[in-house]
Design a protein around this ligand. Structure first.
Ligand code: MG
Length: 384
């Protein structure tokens, strides 16, 4: 089997999510969102697919890097392909990103699953077929009845528990919200949510990502009293020493790094430096499913958990393939939005959750994304 074609298809779909000046999602009016579908096709017609924003899977990336490495290659030689692609990253002057690398590698896994008639999570290891989800909220806002006060977080948390979630992670207020960052508001929101849901729901905080050491320490000590499960990306992750400083002083597990580059290499450095108690990696952030597995296996070797960052079929497949990850991150969630409504370009949700808070893995071959190819065809705006 050899790869014959690599293509991108950009299409539109209706969305009620808008993005603020810091890149955070919030509810908004209905607009047309844009998405791209990367498709890898072999000489026997087998295909693998991955969705990514159009700016990630750009025509330049496909023509200059993806096709150069993939055309003619055996799609099952993923490790060789991945290293060849990574080799091109250095000379691309930042144009060939980890996210693009991840989309290509994800499509190769999808292709392998479809070719073998197996769900990808089973090919990756296969540890379980359902994973408990935590509800991951959107960042705080200034929308009345939304997530603008501690009481609104508490009311939303009650709804999430009624929906079945066994865990909830708060993203609190960050610039450009006018009063953010605000450590006292963060602590009040966490206290209000704990009060609302009681002691048996796992709670996590992912607050402002650029707190000082002293603000982070103060919030962390408050979270310890509230019996939170972990404290995530509260400082700039480019300062590993700040995380080592904080982890040494707090009892609550510090989780990271999430947004830091460096793939699995930087995660190894964090373990050695004692900069976190729970490791973090997500498929788009570290360049694919395989490097995410490498991080998870690294963590397991050191007796640590690795919590997988972000939602979607690829992250879910990793969660189901490893033992040392407790949760799947389901979201982002907001009182004004219905997460259980599927996107227009899928026939069903990739991460359906039951009333007990478990997300069930698709048993379809590949990554299990139930792609509506007719919808995409009817809403295509560019092919490359
Ligand atoms: Mg996070």
């Amino acid at each position: 089997m050899k790869i014959e074609r690599v293509t991108g298809t950009e299409f539109t779909f209706p969305t009620y999510r808008s993005v603020d000046s810091a890149g955070h999602s919030h509810p908004g009016p209905e607009t047309l969102g844009r998405m791209a579908l990367l498709t890898i096709t072999t000489d026997d017609g087998t295909q693998g697919h991955a969705f990514a924003p159009p700016e990630v899977i750009r025509p330049y990336v496909i023509s200059s890097y993806a096709r150069k490495v993939l055309i003619g290659a055996d799609p099952f030689m993923r490790e060789q392909i991945w290293h060849s692609l990574e080799h091109w990253q250095r000379g691309s002057a930042g144009q060939f990103t980890d996210r693009a690398l991840a989309a290509i590698e994800q499509a190769l896994w999808d292709l392998a699953g479809r070719a073998l008639g197996q769900p990808v999570y089973r090919l990756l290891g296969g540890y379980r077929d359902k994973v408990p989800a935590y509800g991951s909220t959107m960042c705080g806002d200034e929308l009345k009845g939304g997530l603008s006060t501690p009481d609104e977080y508490a009311a939303f948390a009650e709804k999430l528990v009624a929906r079945g979630y066994q865990g909830i992670k708060l993203h609190t207020w960050m610039p450009p919200v006018s009063f953010a960052p605000h450590p006292d508001m963060d602590i009040r929101a966490c206290a209000a949510v704990r009060e609302a849901v009681g002691p048996n729901v796992a709670l996590m905080l992912d607050g402002y990502h650029n707190y000082s050491r002293m603000d982070a320490l103060r919030i962390g000590r408050a979270l310890e009293k509230l019996e939170f499960t972990w404290f995530e990306e509260m400082m700039n992750e480019q300062s590993m020493d700040s995380y080592a400083w904080l982890s040494a002083q707090l009892d609550i597990p510090v989780l990271g790094p999430e947004s830091l580059g460096g793939k699995h290499h930087s995660r190894a450095d964090w373990v050695k430096a004692g900069a976190c108690d729970i490791l973090r990696a997500g498929v788009p952030g570290v360049g694919g499913i395989t490097p995410t597995l490498k991080v998870a296996h690294l963590a397991e070797s050191f007796g640590m958990d690795c919590e997988v960052h972000g939602n979607g079929a690829a992250n879910l497949a990793v969660c189901a393939a490893i033992r040392n990850c407790r949760w799947y991150e389901r979201g982002l969630l907001h009182p004004f939005l219905e997460y259980d409504d599927k996107p227009a370009y899928l026939r069903s949700l990739p991460d359906p959750m039951d009333e007990n808070g478990f997300v069930h893995l698709s048993q379809q071959p590949g990554l299990g994304e139930d792609i509506d190819f007719d919808y995409i065809e009817a809403h295509t705006v560019a092919r490359y």
